[in-house]
Design a protein around this ligand. Sequence first.
Ligand code: TMP
Ligand code: ZN
Length: 405
Amino acid sequence: MPECRICGGAVQRFFDFGRQPVSNAFPTPEELDREHFYRLAVGVCAACTMVQQFEEVAREQMFPGEYPYRSSGSSVMREHFERTARHFLATELGGDDPFYVEVGCNDGIMLGTVRAAGVRHLGVDPAEAATGVAAADGARVRVAFFEESTAREVRAAEGPARLIFSANTISHIAYIDSVFAGAHALLEEGGIFVFEDRYLGDIVEHASFDQIYDEHFYLFSVRSVHAMAERFGFELVDVEHLSVHGGAMRYTTARAGERTPTAAVAEWLERERTRGLAEAPVYERFAARIESNCRELTALLTKLKAEGRRVVGYGATSKSATVVNYCGIGPDLVPYVVDSTPQKQGRVTPGSHIPVRPSADFAADYPEYALLFAWNHAEEIMAKEQEFRARGGKWILYVPDVHVV
Ligand code: TMP
Ligand code: ZN
C-alpha cells in the first residue's frame, strides 16, 4: 500500500479517475499531441487521515511561467481577498514594520490591498505571467516555488515575517514538509502561518468530485491539518469555515506553544468526528455518488443532443478537467466552452479538446442549455447572465447532483 506523504502511514485508495491531463495546461490546436497525462487516484491515510493523491505531477508542469489561471477573474473573490487583507491589516499587521509574505500570490488579488496600506510585503509564486500583473500594480514579488530554501533566503534578505498567508496553494504542494520547515524558519516569534483551501467536509457532503484534480494534491480537513501541523512543529490555533469556492477552511497555525488555540479548533474536530469524516463509509458513499453523478450527466447531455438541443459549457475551470475527461464529455456533446480568461481563449480544454471561446460569444449566440462548470461562482455568473434565463435558457449543474435550473 502506498505511504502517506505526511506521516508514512498506509493510504487506502477510495477512487481512481484513471488517466487525466494537467488541468490548467490548455493546449493550442498545434500542441494536441504533446499533452502530459498522469494517473489521478485519491486515498485516505489510515494514520493521520490526510486525503491525498498517489501520483505527483512535476511542479514545473502544473505551474509553468505562463500558468493561465488569474485569481482576480471573479468579483466575489476580489471582495473576499480585500476583506481578508483588511482583517489582517487591522489585527496581525499593525505595529512596528510588520512583514507580510504571501505564498501563491498569483495576480496580486490580495497583495494589492496590503501594498496600498504601505505594509512591507513579498509575494512568492512561480507563475511569472500572473505575478507580472501584481508587479505592474506595484507589488513586490519573487518568481519562485516556496520551499525551505526560498524561505531561508527571504529571511536572510528581508528579515522575519509576521504573517505568512496563502490561499488555494498549500494543498497543491506535495512536499509540504518543506513548506512548513520554511514557514518555521521565516516567521518571527509569535508570527502565524495562515492558509485557506477547499474543505474536505464540503467536498464529500456535496459530492463535488471535480475538486479532485492534479493541483489539489491534498484535500484538507481540520483533523488532518491538526495532525500535520503538530508533526511539523506547529499547532493549529484557529479555523474558520468559508463559503468561497464551494466551501473552504482557513487554518491558522503558529509554532507550537506560541499561541493559545481557540474553541473553534476543538469544535470542528468534534464535528468531523461526529460526521465520521475519517471513516470508510463516507468515502464509499462519495465514490458511489461520483459514479452516479457522472453517469447521469452524460445521459442528460446525450439525451439533449438526440433532441437537437444546443449545450455550451460556462467556465473552462481546472475542476472541469476531471468532469469532462472522467465522464467522457467531448466537443460532440459540448461544442465549446466560454471563459473570461484571455489566456485560455483560442485554446482547447486539456484532454477533452473542447474549444474555449471568449465570454462574449455566450450572449452572441445563446444556447438552450449552459453547463455551469464554474458552479462555485454560480451566484455571480447567474446575476451577470440574467438575459440568458430571460430568453428561456437553462443552467445544468452536476453538484451536489445533476439538475437543471
Ligand atoms: P475557478 O473556479 O478555479 O475560480 O475558475 C473559474 C473559471 O471561470 C476561470 O477560468 C474564469 C471563469 N469565469 C468566467 O468565465 N466568468 C465569470 O464570471 C467567472 C466568475 C469566472
Ligand atoms: Zn498520514
